[in-house]
Design a protein around this ligand. Structure first.
Ligand code: HEC
Length: 278
């Protein structure tokens, strides 16, 4: 018993108190790979090998500092913010988002909730760079998002649908997912409705296969091709661009509706946080 406890110490030190880490992200992914036959999940052996050194882990560590430091005109830390499970409670919060928040009367995803916390609790102006800059590993947003999301690693996606607005947003997302528009008449299913579809060298995830889809929606993820950690909102924007449709506004109800539906489609599958993508 004592020996077992001693052995556990280096592991705990290596992973730190920073992540929910019953299984590191690469083992969560390996479990999915073992459970089904999927070209999407297995397309990058190199990424799988690099995951223990995922640069997103460092971005998350910076986020831990930012989260716990008193900041903004009100000089309070984000521990005062409620991400759905009570002020400062992060474990399992992200896999239960988007969700309805009483204090705003809105369904919010992680990014919009962080904006709310920065502006309403910490007192930052809406156009302060800390609030405005949403993308890139160097942004406060990506650091904080990554840290919060890591506290849900390995947990099952389970966004609540009890409140009528939560259900309405999920249903609106389903309509958006299937809505064909633009010069190519694409909808999301055109590229994400069957297994083994490819755009150039990328094997695309099938939204109807939850084991594929949980990896697809596991953001923040380090995108090797961008050399940056990216968010769900960034992915939504990217796929609207892929479809040659009008740009999606970050934090808009439409973007949150889409994220509500895509989370619902991965329900019950473990999140890989942070992930690493092509
Ligand atoms: C024209 C094809 C196409 C359409 C249509 C499309 N996507 Fe994608 N999607 C891609 C490609 C390609 C990638 C992989 C990332 C890359 O290599 O750029 C991707 C990646 C993703 C991912 C992350 C998976 C990963 O491994 O990167 C999600 C989630 C996603 N798309 C959601 C959507 C949603 C939601 C829609 C509709 C709003 C949509 N996609 C429409 C081509 C498409």
């Amino acid at each position: 018993m004592l020996k077992k406890a001693l052995l556990a110490i280096p592991v705990a030190l290596a992973l730190g108190a920073t992540a929910h880490a019953e299984k590191p992200p690469e083992e969560v992914l390996q479990g999915l790979i073992d459970s089904i036959d999927s070209r999407y999940l297995t397309q990058s052996e190199m990424n799988l090998m690099m995951m223990p050194d995922n640069p997103a882990l460092w971005v998350g560590m910076d986020g831990e500092d930012l989260f716990h430091t008193p900041r903004g005109p009100n000089n309070v830390s984000m521990e005062a913010c409620d991400f759905g499970k009570g002020p400062g409670v992060l474990e399992g919060a992200y896999v239960e988002m988007p969700r309805y928040f009483d204090d705003t009367g809105k369904v919010m995803d992680l990014e919009t909730r962080i904006v709310h916390c920065m502006t309403e609790v910490q007192g930052f102006a809406a156009d302060d760079p800390a609030v405005r800059q949403r993308h890139g590993s160097g942004s406060d947003h990506m650091k904080i998002q990554t840290y919060i999301a890591m506290q849900s690693n390995g947990m099952e996606w389970n966004n609540p649908l009890d409140h009528p607005l939560e259900k309405a947003m999920r249903d609106a997302g389903q309509v958006l997912f299937a809505r064909r528009a633009g010069m190519s008449d694409f909808n999301c299913y055109a590229c994400h409705g069957q297994s083994g579809k490819q755009v150039r060298a990328s094997v695309l995830p099938n939204a109807n296969v939850p084991e594929d889809w949980t990896k697809a929606i596991s953001w923040p993820a380090h995108r090797v091709g961008h050399d940056n950690v990216r968010s769900s909102q960034h992915r939504v924007r990217g796929c609207y661009y892929q479809m040659r449709q009008a740009g999606m506004l970050a934090g808009s109800d439409a973007s949150i509706a889409l994220i509500s539906y895509w989370t619902d489609m991965a329900r019950g599958q473990p999140a890989i946080l942070p992930d690493m993508k092509r």
